[in-house]
Design a protein around this ligand. Structure first.
Ligand code: B12
Length: 210
């Protein structure tokens, strides 16, 4: 029984077996966060193997499905925290236009909910205008934009430009993330916050919105 074994089962797309393994690990006292970090790292390795033509799109898909099964079936309910406050603050999340990667964004959504935020998930391939309309409608405190490809990262910048043009800067925090993004990129495009992962994002948001 090990995180290594869960990683292997995820890569093989063995969702049921991975769930059973994770349950056993949790009973032993393994932290959900460590399991998620292991699976995220394994997905990165799979991405490199994909780039080197060692694995192909269907391999990424089955592993992604197994990852989400582990998240939804076992880890989600273990991640309960608290925003430490009165009325829950609303966070809009979505993956930017042209980008269908949604596993990281789903994790951000789950972890933020587990931390007491009200999350409105717009899904993937989200137009910049749709984020803005949702933020207005929901009176959001935060808009979180995920981008997983260098080719779609400009969608985050496009949204921030749109917010400025509409004179809505400062009405809500703009938070960005996704594997190819960085704090430098966030600074360059004028985002309020960048986070390495969902947990860091929840901690920083709780701090900023105190
Ligand atoms: C799984 C996967 C897929 C799956 C996606 C399934 C799904 N439902 O999401 C499928 C098979 C569909 C897929 C398709 C494609 N993919 Co793909 N994919 C991946 C892979 C291997 C893993 C991504 C993942 O889920 N990681 C696990 C999650 C948990 O990590 P994460 O997303 O990074 O999220 C964490 C943090 O980044 C952060 N975070 C994420 N979002 C946000 C948002 C906010 C607000 C915050 C604060 C934090 C945050 O928190 C999360 C963890 O806590 C990556 C490799 C990689 N290194 O990322 C390639 C990768 C992203 N894909 C790539 C490519 C090229 C493609 C395709 C174009 C392939 C093709 N020829 O069709 C298509 C694109 C389709 C499209 N238009 O979107 C390239 C992108 C290269 C580039 N240009 O930058 C990568 C990097 C692989 C590679 N090395 O070549 N892919």
């Amino acid at each position: 029984m090990s995180i290594e074994k869960v990683r292997q089962l995820m890569v093989e797309g063995e969702g049921d077996a991975a769930v059973a393994e994770v349950k056993a690990l949790l009973e032993q006292g393994t932290e959900p966060r460590d399991i998620m970090a292991g699976l995220t790292e394994e997905m990165g390795i799979l991405g490199e193997r994909f780039e080197n033509f060692e694995v192909f799109l269907p391999d990424l898909m089955v592993a992604g499905d197994a990852f989400m099964q582990v998240m939804n079936d076992v880890l989600k309910e273990r991640l309960v925290g608290s925003a430490g406050g009165e009325k829950p603050k609303t966070v809009i999340v979505g993956t930017v236009k042209g980008d269908y990667h949604d596993i990281g964004k789903n994790i951000v959504s789950i972890v933020l909910q587990a931390n007491g935020f009200h999350v409105v998930d717009l899904g993937s391939d989200v137009d910049p205008v749709a984020y803005m309309e949702a933020a207005r409608k929901e009176k959001a405190s935060v808009v979180g934009l995920s981008a997983l490809m260098t080719t779609t990262m400009p969608g985050q910048e496009e949204f921030i430009k749109l917010v400025k043009e509409a004179g809505e800067q400062g009405k809500y925090l703009v938070c960005i993330g996704g594997a190819p993004t960085s704090s430098e990129w966030a600074k360059r495009i004028g985002a309020d916050l960048w986070s390495f992962d969902a947990f860091e994002c929840a901690t920083k948001l709780k701090d900023l919105l105190k």
